[in-house]
Ligand binder design. Sequence first.
Ligand SMILES: NC(=O)c1ccc[n+]([C@@H]2O[C@H](COP(=O)([O-])OP(=O)(O)OC[C@H]3O[C@@H](n4cnc5c(N)ncnc54)[C@H](O)[C@@H]3O)[C@@H](O)[C@H]2O)c1
Ligand SMILES: [Zn+2]
Ligand SMILES: [Zn+2]
Length: 402
Amino acid sequence: MRALTWQGTQNVRVETVDDPEIVNPRDAIIRVTSTAICGSDLHLYDGVIPSLKPGDILGHEFMGEVVETGSASTLQKGQRVVVPFTISCGGCFHCRITQFSACENSNPVEKQDMSEKLYGHPMAGIFGYSHMTGGYSGGQAEYVRVPFSDIGPIVVPDHLDDDTVLFLSDILPTGWMAAENAQIQPDDTVAVWGCGPVGLFAVQSALAMGAAQVIAIDHYPHRLELARQLGASVINFRTTDVREALMEMSGGIGVDAVIDAVGMEAHGFAIDNILDVAKQKVGIGADRASALKQAILAVRFGGRVSMPGVYGGMTDKFPLGALMEKGLEVRTGQTHVQRYMADLLAMIEEGKLDTTFLISHRLPLEEAAKGYKHFKQEQDTWTKVVLKPGMANGGLAAGGNA
Ligand SMILES: NC(=O)c1ccc[n+]([C@@H]2O[C@H](COP(=O)([O-])OP(=O)(O)OC[C@H]3O[C@@H](n4cnc5c(N)ncnc54)[C@H](O)[C@@H]3O)[C@@H](O)[C@H]2O)c1
Ligand SMILES: [Zn+2]
Ligand SMILES: [Zn+2]
């Protein structure tokens, strides 16, 4: 089959690899019909997540048709399913309390060492996301093996097309959980850093949960415009002093909740961010946390800090004093995707959530490397790239332009 493989920093290519096979009775094989490139994939592309090997198949946002099932799978051939990026057994302590992204059984023992040393506990399995999270082949491919297929994948109705439901695999639940973690109250002012797909879904979710005012922060005009169209007020951090603007927009008290939808590769011009860029390049393991630091300084006393943005290692000059003195509450984590899929699917069917507005480009799988390059280098207009294994070469921008 054809699949997108990682070869080294900012070097990916589509090549022919072995077809996946059923390994365990609970497995299923999915023929991928749509798969997306995520901001999290950029961390792999940029080489800032350790333990990838040349030839690894990337991709953790995907859906398709069931073509083969193990003897204990509850899926049936021909069903159309969306697969959560988190691989979860459904039966361990954490799965039973719906903390699916903390599953204890999905990362094989021989892959657990690195994350256990870094975090004190081994991580759960994630599709296409390095050997630290199980070394599973990802879904930016024609076919993929899905373990625990009786727990994860959700069957989707035929009248909803791929683009409408694909993001149930990650970014829609991630934006939703980010808003939930911000514990939004009806008269809240909420600020969201980052107008990438996760930030945009966090904006939409916060508004759906009844926030009075949502303020979105980025420096890309097109992405800010998408947030504005959802109903957010916007701040361009290149031209405006973010903290000052937020103080003004929150009556001088500070915003009630902040959402960091940027993560470890924040852009910024402060001296500590420039230092962090240099350290990240030479592998001194510093996460670039400038958006998070700014969020902690901008939130009011007793406010809530939600962090869907991914961090991997250590960060320097963290405002620990502000966190303590202001009595802030922090909630974060890889999304417990399986917890949210059914409810969000129902909301999509009821027309309560718009899931397609952010797709900027649809490309055939064969052009995946081009998708990564542009999504990295032209973030303003390449908002979200969907790859279609079955599509003829010469993909279309969402508006229909090549
Ligand atoms: N927790 C989870 O389970 C989960 C799931 C999916 C993605 N993520 C993470 O969420 C983050 C966002 O993902 P995405 O797909 O939207 O990524 P993206 O790269 O498309 O978007 C990030 C956005 O942040 C903006 N940005 C950078 N520095 C900023 C700053 N200092 N202030 C304000 N905005 C800034 C960028 O301009 C960009 O628009 C990533 O870290 C990704 O890894 C987490
Ligand atoms: Zn993702
Ligand atoms: Zn489990």
